[in-house]
Write a protein that binds this ligand. Sequence first.
Ligand code: AMP
Ligand code: GLY
Length: 441
Amino acid sequence: MRERQVRLRQRAEGPLRFRIVRVLVVGSGAREHAILLSLAQDPGVTALACAPGNAGTASVAEQRGLDVVDPTAVAALALDWRADLVVIGPEVPLVAGVADAVRAAGVACFGPSREAARIEGSKAFAKDVMAGAGVPTASCEIVDNPAHLDVALDRFVAPYVVKDDGLAAGKGVVVTGDRDLARAHAMTLLDGGHPVLLESFLDGPEASLFCLVDGETVVPLLPAQDFKRVGDDDSGPNTGGMGAYAPLPWASPDLADELVAAVVGPVAREMVARGTPFQGLLYAGLALTSAGPSVIEFNCRFGDPETQVVLPLLRTPLAGLLHATATGTLAGAAPLDWAPGAAVTVVVAADGYPGTPGLGDPITGADADGVLHAGTRRRDDGAVVSAGGRVLSVVGTGADLAAARADAYRRLAAVRLAGSHHRTDIALRAVNGEIGVPSAG
Ligand code: AMP
Ligand code: GLY
């Protein structure tokens, strides 16, 4: 009855004005905390839940325990909690088919099907889609037999790019000028039974573009840049992401539209043509090379930590947009409304990350404004303690990037976690005007 009323209201008022009412967000990172804070601002939302969540999401949403990779369990929770919309944050449940199960249970779900999520779950699949769509990307070769590795490496030149052909939480990639290191990483992957992807190196600054995609309809959000290496000046190993900023002061104001025309639109159409339309957030990770944009990777969900800087700048109510995407009505959405200014986030990581992190250490200052939670939990005595590698994502905003950066580091200075580390140079080169797209020739 209630669902019918909602449907009737939707028809009467149009897709973006009806009340979404109850939204369940699946995941437990700072990305999900940022999504919840945006949803909480949407007047169409009356109840929020997060599963399994963390100590920070508990302050904005009801918490439910959940095995997020169990499609049956997620669908059951959506029904039990009477969700009108389920938003799936991480890639692992999407690749496991959780969105299909939620939709099969009759609940609107923001997130692609298992088939469409292969654009992130299998780099080989993503390359095939890009080839079909005529979208530029690094040339590549897949090696699944150690006996073929050396001859394959001979077909590339330094710097070598060696990837795991599967989900690796951003840590399966090694980019190195050292052939022995490249070979050793490939052998480790092969020994673990993982096929290896060798790629040509793409030069130029990187950009992350999030697009709401509903079949062939593509609506870009603001371009952002993230920082994957653990240390200042891009030193050390790759991580899940150590910071981000948006928008990109060094890029053309038309960048998002150009990337939709050259990259995301053709890929969305190719997915439809293959019978696996994408519905959710398609994230293009690009290198802006002298020869034009080239795709580094696609992800099938909001990026972390870029979400923490893109969503604070979005004024359009988020739940309406996600619901429209989930229900095939995105084409009717009004143009997005963005706040002026910029946002910067700096990730606070636990001792040892991206290796095995120290856990259970008390954090002070974690409840302050602008402090988003990732790997945290609240102890029975009320203390917030670390519970993962990336612990917090501190967000600053300001009239321009320099002000947003100063705001983020000012907020971070009030946070204490023994042994933690963070980068001190997030957005610094952009503020200093040191980033530019290389010119052709
Ligand atoms: P991925 O997991 O594919 O996003 O790769 C992680 C990071 O490795 C990217 O953000 C880039 O910094 C780097 N990377 C990946 N592929 C390439 C490539 N073909 N050329 C240059 N850098 C790359
Ligand atoms: N920021 C990288 C990712 O979300 O995969």
